[in-house]
Design a protein around this ligand. Structure first.
Ligand code: B16
Ligand code: MG
Length: 215
């Protein structure tokens, strides 16, 4: 056993692929508003909080605050219709094995997601109990690329950032982790996460024992 190491995971794009559901929900809203919105537009929303996502969907159109709130609620209602369909089979490849191996090594696990629906997604995936700390869209005011969420999760794990590794698929998420002094594993193409300490296609390409920070 090793002592006092934490692995902190982003949710969408690392543990499961809710991006498709976010896309379909934003696209439905955009269609209703008469705004074109395709998969290419959606790429800019990866890891981006709900409010900033709406601003990007609106492409510069400015709306009163109460209308912004209504549109965010409507998109979230569309998104939540999809959540019922999520099952443990929606874990991305290798995730179950990676989390189990990390826990067997004695690594404590944390979640650091921008999503306000993160707890419900974990519940659907039936992995809530694996995490000693869950940081979500409600946990901090300053979202990624600010380091606050990962620092908050590390605090809940009772670990300093240099004893934790962050696994992220979004550019802003790697920026956030690096700003907080964490070691980083980027999931996805180098154009997006090439500034991480290590870059892989997914957790299936990694062994938990090979990610321990050098202390
Ligand atoms: P919600 P992550 C992010 O999840 C998604 O990638 C992003 O598309 C979404 O807008 C954001 O959560 C907020 O989600 O509307 O459910 O609060 O990658 O940070 O796990
Ligand atoms: Mg993500």
């Amino acid at each position: 056993m090793i002592d006092a190491i934490g692995y902190i995971f982003d949710l969408d794009g690392v543990i499961t692929d809710t991006a498709e559901y976010h896309f379909r929900s934003w696209q439905r809203l955009a269609q209703e508003l008469g705004i074109p919105f395709d998969r290419h537009d959606n790429e800019a929303l990866r890891g981006v909080p709900r409010r900033r996502s709406l601003e990007l969907v609106l492409k510069g159109r400015e709306l009163p605050e109460d209308e912004m709130q209504r549109l965010m609620a409507r998109k979230n209602a569309y998104y939540r219709e999809f959540l019922h369909d999520i099952t443990p089979s929606d874990l991305l490849p290798g995730v179950g094995e990676f989390l189990a191996e990390a826990r067997a090594l004695g690594v404590v696990l944390g979640l650091g997601s921008a999503s306000k629906n993160a707890r419900d997604v974990l519940q659907q995936l039936q992995i809530t109990g694996l995490f000693s700390a869950i940081g979500d869209g409600y946990s901090v005011v300053n979202q990624k690329p600010a380091p606050d969420l990962f620092v908050w999760v590390a605090g809940r794990l009772d670990l300093p950032p240099d004893r934790c590794v962050v696994f992220e698929d979004a550019q802003a998420g790697i920026d956030a982790a690096k700003a907080g002094g964490f070691r980083t594993v980027g999931i996805g193409p180098a154009e997006r996460v090439g500034h991480a300490d290590r870059v892989v296609d997914g957790l299936h390409a990694l062994k938990a024992r090979d990610c321990l920070p050098s202390l």
